[in-house]
Design a protein around this ligand. Structure first.
Ligand SMILES: [Zn+2]
Length: 213
């Protein structure tokens, strides 16, 4: 089964991807992880990708697709893959569609984990980080035993600049703007399934599994 997961910052996409990998027994294809692996593995594609990354440039789509193809044709991926973080744009989605067709496969479901903005601001805005050891907490979901003090080392907790409300709203707006055409692309193909991303991790996972079964 080939599944694409969509979801903005704080939607819990990575967590659900890992649970799906365990449930379905197929690998997660996360381009960030794969690019890093290709680069450190020193493959031909990895060396090419490294040139772009070292120059601070985006790795071109054709190269990303080549790396994905290599990953998809490894033995553990013959039963399918969970795509997490790719595609991000309509041209990437079109390229993935062509690759799937070349391999005689198809995308079964595109699952969009949807959480409203107020909830996301609450989730992301509640994060606190230890100044000394970097351990992360959440004022609601994972509070420290003593307010503003790190459980691990006793250091002071603070809110990182990218966790403040204005930055969060701007990150969410950027994601929404970039992803809306992609969501529409898959909606028109009849592949899009929207899942409410609130409740416990297991509740959300069961909603996803209900769609897949
Ligand atoms: Zn600490």
């Amino acid at each position: 089964m080939n599944v694409i997961l969509l979801g903005g910052p704080g939607a819990g996409k990575g967590t659900q991807a890992k649970k799906l990998v365990a449930r379905l027994g197929v690998p997660q294809i996360s381009t960030g992880d794969m690019l890093r692996a290709a680069v450190s593995g020193g493959t031909d594609w990895g060396r090419k990708a490294k040139e772009f990354m070292d120059a601070g440039k985006l790795v071109p789509d054709e190269l990303v697709i080549a790396i994905i193809k290599e990953r998809m044709t490894q033995p553990d991926a013959t039963g399918g893959s969970i795509f997490d973080g790719f595609p991000r744009t309509v041209p990437q989605a079109e390229a993935l569609g062509r690759l799937m067709a070349d391999l005689g496969r198809s995308i079964d479901h595109v699952i969009s984990i949807e959480v409203d903005e107020a909830e996301l601001v609450g989730r992301l805005g509640g994060r606190r980080t230890c100044k000394s050891c970097g351990q992360m907490f959440h004022v609601v979901q994972a509070p420290p035993r003593k307010a503003d003090v790190c459980d691990a080392c006793g250091g002071a907790l603070y809110q990182r600049d990218d966790d403040n409300e204005a930055t969060i709203r701007s990150r969410l707006a950027t994601y929404d703007k970039a992803t809306r055409p992609l969501v529409e692309f898959y909606r028109q193909k009849g592949l899009l399934r929207r899942v409410l991303g609130v409740g416990s991790i297991d509740d959300i996972f069961e909603r996803i599994c209900a769609i897949l079964s």
